[in-house]
Design a protein around this ligand. Structure first.
Ligand SMILES: [Fe+2]
Length: 278
C-alpha cells in the first residue's frame, strides 16, 4: 500500500479547495463519453483550486485475445494506441500539473491509481505503471511526474494559508473492487480504516454520503462526533449501446448501469467544513 502527504497553499484565507477525481475513463472503449471528459478536464484546469487525481481504469485494455473482447465495443485495439489517446486528452492537464509544481510548489494531480482494467489486463505490470507515471508527457521532449499509488492508498491533505496549517484531512483513495451495491461497497472501505474521506470508483455510480462517527474529543474531554464522507467518484462511460450485445449484457443476469459523471469534495478550511456534490 502507498501513502503520501499533500500540502496545498491557499491564496486567500477563505478559498475553498475542491477535489474532483477523474476515475474510470476507459479510453479505448466505444462507450467513452468524450464531451463529458473534455468538460471536466477544462473546468479542473480553469479553476486553480480544483485539484484532481486519477482513480484507475484510465485505459479500457480489453484487447484482442481477451475473452471479453468485442470488436464493436472498442475504438483502440492496443495498449500503445490507448496510452497515446490518454496522453493527448490529458496533455493540457499534465502541463498545468507541471506548472503548479514549478510555480506554486504543489500538485494539481495529487495521485494516480490503477484499476482492474489495468492490473488484470495482463499487458501492464506495476513497474510499467510506475515508469509511465514518472514521466507523463507535457510536450515533445518534456515530461512531469505524477505519484502512482497502486489500487489503494492514504493521502494526508494539509491545507495551509501563509504556511500555517488550517485543515488536515485523511483521504483513503481506492480504485475499488467487486460488484454489488455502491453504498455497501463504500461502507466496506471503512472497515479497519480510519479516514475522513473514503473514495472509490469502479462501480461507475457517482454518489456521496456524509455520516457521523463517534470519538473521544480530548479538547472537550467528552465524546463527540465527526463527519466522514463516502464517495463514489463516477466514470466517463456508459454501460450499454444501442444494437450491440456487449460484455455487460453477456456476463450476468443482473443488468448493471454505468452513469457518466463525477463527484466533488469541497474543503472549506475557513469554516471548518467539508462538503460534497455531484
Ligand atoms: Fe471501470
Amino acid at each position: 500500500m502507498y501513502s503520501k502527504e499533500v500540502i496545498i497553499e491557499l491564496d486567500k484565507i477563505d478559498t475553498i479547495l475542491h477535489w474532483e477525481v477523474l476515475s474510470d475513463i476507459h479510453i479505448g472503449n466505444a462507450n467513452f463519453v468524450e464531451s463529458l471528459f473534455e468538460r471536466r478536464v477544462k473546468e479542473i484546469i480553469d479553476d486553480p483550486y480544483r485539484i484532481t487525481s486519477f482513480g484507475g481504469d484510465q485505459l479500457d485494455l480489453i484487447l484482442p485475445g481477451d475473452p471479453r473482447f468485442k470488436d464493436e465495443a472498442v475504438t483502440k485495439r492496443t495498449l500503445g494506441e490507448q496510452r497515446q489517446e490518454f496522453n493527448d486528452r490529458c496533455l493540457e492537464l499534465f502541463k498545468e500539473h507541471e506548472y503548479f509544481i514549478k510555480n506554486y510548489g504543489w500538485e494539481k494531480i495529487i495521485c494516480s491509481l490503477w484499476g482492474n482494467h489495468e492490473f488484470k489486463s495482463r499487458v501492464v505490470t506495476e513497474n510499467d505503471e510506475k515508469v509511465y507515471w514518472k514521466k507523463v508527457p507535457t510536450g515533445e521532449n518534456t515530461s512531469t511526474k505524477i505519484d502512482f499509488m497502486g489500487s489503494k492508498g492514504f493521502i494526508r491533505l494539509d491545507i495551509r494559508y501563509k504556511n500555517k496549517s488550517r485543515m488536515k484531512k485523511t483521504l483513503f483513495v481506492n480504485h475499488g473492487a467487486g460488484g454489488g451495491g455502491t453504498l455497501k461497497a463504500l461502507e466496506n472501505l471503512t472497515v479497519n480504516v480510519e479516514a475522513d474521506v473514503y473514495q472509490m470508483g469502479h462501480l461507475h455510480d457517482p454518489m456521496g454520503i456524509k455520516r457521523d462517527t463517534f470519538y473521544y474529543n480530548d479538547k472537550k474531554k467528552s465524546w463527540d462526533t465527526k463527519e466522514q464522507l463516502l464517495i463514489n467518484s463516477g466514470c466517463f462511460t456508459t454501460a450499454i449501446r444501442n444494437n450491440v450485445d456487449q460484455w455487460m449484457e453477456q456476463k450476468g443476469n443482473k443488468l448493471m448501469t454505468s452513469k457518466p459523471g463525477t463527484w466533488t469534495v469541497s474543503f472549506d478550511s475557513y469554516n471548518d467544513k467539508v462538503g460534497q456534490h455531484g
